[in-house]
Design a protein around this ligand. Structure first.
Ligand code: ADP
Ligand code: MG
Length: 257
């Protein structure tokens, strides 16, 4: 796991840089003056109460949400306010993998096809190359033996691991996870967290919204606490979890820990 090293990171430049990001849903000011940089190999965990803006934040990072003020840069591409950035959006969608709470697999495609579809279409890979890569990835997430099944024949934990393999097939520079274990039965949470842990160890740059505080503390290089659309506190996970400086962070953690 990469350490959060400000000096080295500055030389490399961040993979994600949010500057003065503001977003409104009508009269709701859902993200307020967000500044956030994520460096190569870093694992950033985002915590906060339901409705605080966590999903909106990571949806902004891969251009699924428009915003009104500020800058979003991902891998050197800049997203502009009010959706004026078609070319950058195209690039960002290729370079950023996203895993949702509700796996969002294609139900009428077999597991292997779920993984090969995007790289074949977007990267123009041959069937053989896509298939080989898919089988390697399915192996990596521990479900090589499920490749010929349909998503509906798999458990929730297996489906989520397919979703991770599918995102990885595009060879993303960055992976975004939005509560990837929240829809799972408790006995399946561990198998998905194990895959994410492995990814983190291999150096994948990750932004993870999660309520799994044990996982967050163990895997994160940095934890970020969001309250009502603002970053209220951030730092090493030990600092944020064991010694929070802000009253609102303390109150949140005392409810969830
Ligand atoms: P979290 O992921 O932290 O639970 P969200 O980012 O989903 O929070 O939502 C933050 C706030 O924005 C909530 O009050 C939610 O109701 C509101 N919101 C989210 N999406 C929309 C939308 N498409 N239109 C209007 N309001 C929305
Ligand atoms: Mg959410």
């Amino acid at each position: 796991m990469a350490a959060y090293d400000e000096s080295r990171a500055e030389d490399d430049g961040p993979i994600v840089r949010l500057t003065g990001l503001n977003k409104h849903f009508g009269s709701l000011h859902v993200l307020q003056d967000i500044d956030l940089s994520v460096y190569a190999g870093e694992v950033v965990v985002v915590i906060g109460a339901s409705g605080s803006g966590k999903s909106t934040l990571i949806r902004c990072i891969n251009g699924l949400e428009e915003f009104q003020q500020g800058r979003i840069e991902v891998d050197g591409n800049e997203l502009l306010p009010n959706g004026a950035s078609r070319a950058a959006l195209h690039h960002i969608r290729r370079e950023v993998g996203m895993v949702f709470q509700q796996f969002n697999l294609f139900p009428h495609r077999r597991v292997r096809e779920n993984v090969t579809l995007a790289p074949r279409k977007v990267r123009g890979w041959s069937q053989d190359k896509a298939r080989e890569t898919a089988d390697t990835l399915l192996e990596r997430v521990g479900i090589a033996d499920q490749a010929d099944k349909y998503p509906g024949q798999l458990s929730g934990g297996q489906q989520q691991r397919v979703a991770i393999a599918r995102a990885l097939a595009m060879q993303p520079r960055l992976m975004l996870f939005d509560e990837p274990t929240s829809a799972l039965d408790p006995e399946m949470i561990g198998e998905v967290l194990d895959v994410m842990r492995k990814l983190a160890r291999e150096g994948m740059t990750m932004v993870v919204v999660t309520h799994e505080m044990g996982f967050a503390r163990e895997v994160a290089d940095r934890a970020i606490y969001i309250h009502e659309g603002r970053i209220v506190e951030q730092g090493r996970p030990e600092a944020v979890f064991d010694n929070p400086q802000q009253e609102r962070t303390q109150a949140f953690l005392s409810r969830v820990l």
